[in-house]
Design a protein around this ligand. Structure first.
Ligand SMILES: Cc1cc2nc3c(=O)[nH]c(=O)nc-3n(C[C@H](O)[C@H](O)[C@H](O)COP(=O)(O)OP(=O)(O)OC[C@H]3O[C@@H](n4cnc5c(N)ncnc54)[C@H](O)[C@@H]3O)c2cc1C
Length: 449
């Protein structure tokens, strides 16, 4: 039963769950499955929010919790080679004493695996400056549905031939199963300044986001939390967020000390020009950690005040944030649901969180409609239906809104090259005749549909 859900509730449990330790174990399982035409679904930590690892048509679930070795750390060349079950934060901790870290930092980084990050092309608060997972993965070992093992890329930049590594990153387990990952490590910045700008109006906070980047400053992180969400966070974590504000921006700049000081001063003045009530700078590493602890535990904090919630993941141009936040407010009123907002504002990556009680069928229906309306608006504004959580089973029906038939056909053809019989992670990413059935909103702890 532990494996019948991730961030979404599933429709059925897997038939079999296996825990390989080596690539060869994976090959044996895959060959066995191929010989009997059994379905195979890879799973990391199951923190995915779009149902990517759900065995919605049954089959063999390959869980990577025992493939968690860091195989090589090459500090001189700033590289590491890991098994897919390594937890994101554990890699950064392993190289921290050398002054390095792995840059993509999903808020789930204490639990999610690098295999899951690769499959979802995960992002995080610091991807504004450093990019998403694909910008940090240089090579992969992949098991194909036939049991063949291929190697893409390597330790070095720009290998000749097609960029197969880029193709596998973000393919949500539909092309192959990743059994080894070569990543680049980043040097920790000399100085980090973490600022908290406090606002009495949400509109002023959203305007500040575009104003900062318009000055030519790219913060390492630029997160926005609305008043409702931050009160829930503060009650749960005591991170020091002001309980009476309408919104806060959590802004981080890093680099050489002189540049950081200059940028921080400029950001303070942009915030003040946009009517920030207060701009506070973290005075110590502890204070910084506490602010981030609050931000990264936000989903859990909301879980204390609502039986369930549905996390959205849409993208819009950041210049349209003020308009979008107003729209989300109207959607909440129209469907009579409470929506909290916390998001990677610098990237225009929204995470409206719709609270609901899954025992209330009428409310559950309204939540689904509200969510669809928000994502449709993202597309209308020139954005996308997912910034980082993937398509999974959750957003299959929205794919035709974003892509033409020709676009989708080309993607299906590529899938057919690697996974011609559709045995790997079926029913994900593309609308097909054999989908997981209509999605239902059910009880759960995290983002649930
Ligand atoms: C509280 C919370 C906060 C989050 N914050 C963020 C965030 O800031 N940014 C972000 O991007 N995401 C975030 N997420 C979503 C989620 O954590 C990421 O998508 C993460 O990358 C999933 O990793 P996982 O190990 O849990 O993968 P799973 O959920 O187990 O699987 C995700 C997908 O990867 C596939 N997969 C797993 N392992 C492999 C493998 N070895 N080979 C091939 N395919 C594989 C699965 O089949 C599935 O399609 C958050 C989730 C939660 C619950």
């Amino acid at each position: 039963m532990l494996y019948e859900y991730d961030g979404l509730s599933s429709l059925r449990p897997p038939d079999v769950v296996v825990f390989p330790r080596t690539t060869d174990h994976v090959v044996q399982v895959v060959k066995f499955a191929a010989s009997r035409k059994l379905l195979v679904i890879p799973r990391g930590a199951g923190t995915g929010l779009s149902g990517g690892s759900l065995p919605c048509q049954g089959g063999i679930l390959i869980v990577f919790s025992r493939m968690k070795d860091i195989l090589e750390i090459d500090i001189e060349n700033q590289r590491a080679r890991v098994q897919p079950g390594v937890v994101n934060l554990d890699l950064s901790l392993a190289v921290s004493d050398n002054g390095y870290y792995f840059a993509p930092d999903p808020s789930s980084q204490k639990a999610c695996t690098l295999g899951g990050n690769v499959a979802e092309n995960a992002g995080g608060p610091h991807t504004l400056l450093y990019g998403v997972t694909t910008n940090h993965v240089l090579g992969l070992e992949v098991v194909l549905p036939t049991g063949e093992v291929i190697h893409t890329g390597g330790k070095f930049w720009d290998p000749p031939g097609y960029d197969l590594t880029g193709l596998f990153v973000g393919s949500e387990g539909t092309l192959g199963i990743v059994t080894e990952i070569t990543v680049r490590l980043m040097r920790k910045a000399e100085t980090v300044a973490t600022l908290l700008a406090v606002y009495d109006r949400v509109l002023d906070a959203t305007r500040t986001v575009a104003a900062i980047t318009a000055r030519g400053i790219t913060p390492a992180a630029l997160e926005m939390i609305d008043g409702f969400t931050l009160r829930a966070i503060e009650e749960a974590t005591h991170a020091g967020y002001p309980m009476d504000s309408a919104a806060v921006l959590l802004i981080e700049v890093e680099g050489l000390s002189e540049a950081v000081e200059e940028n921080a001063l400029q950001i303070e003045s942009v915030c003040q020009e946009n009517r920030a009530r207060q701009v506070r700078r973290a005075k110590s590493a502890e204070e910084r950690d506490l602010l981030w602890k609050g931000r990264k535990n936000a989903f859990g904090a909301l879980g204390r005040i609502s039986p369930s919630y549905y996390v959205q993941d849409g993208v819009i141009p950041r210049t349209r944030l003020p308009e979008m936040l107003e729209f989300i407010g109207q959607v909440g009123t129209k469907y009579r649901v409470k929506i909290g907002n916390i998001f990677h504002a610098g990237d225009g990556n929204l995470h409206p969180i719709i609270l609901f009680d899954p025992r209330d069928a009428d409310e559950s229906g309204r939540v689904r409609e509200a969510a669809q309306e928000i994502l449709a608006k993202c597309i209308e504004m020139g954005g996308s239906i997912t910034g980082e959580h993937g398509v999974g089973i959750e957003k299959i029906n929205l794919m035709p809104l974003l892509f033409t038939d020709d676009d989708l056909d080309m993607m299906r053809k590529i899938k057919g090259v690697f996974n011609p019989e559709g045995l790997f992670n079926p029913g994900k990413v593309f609308p097909t005749s054999k989908m997981c059935g209509e999605l239902r909103i059910e009880a759960g702890v995290g983002g649930v549909l």
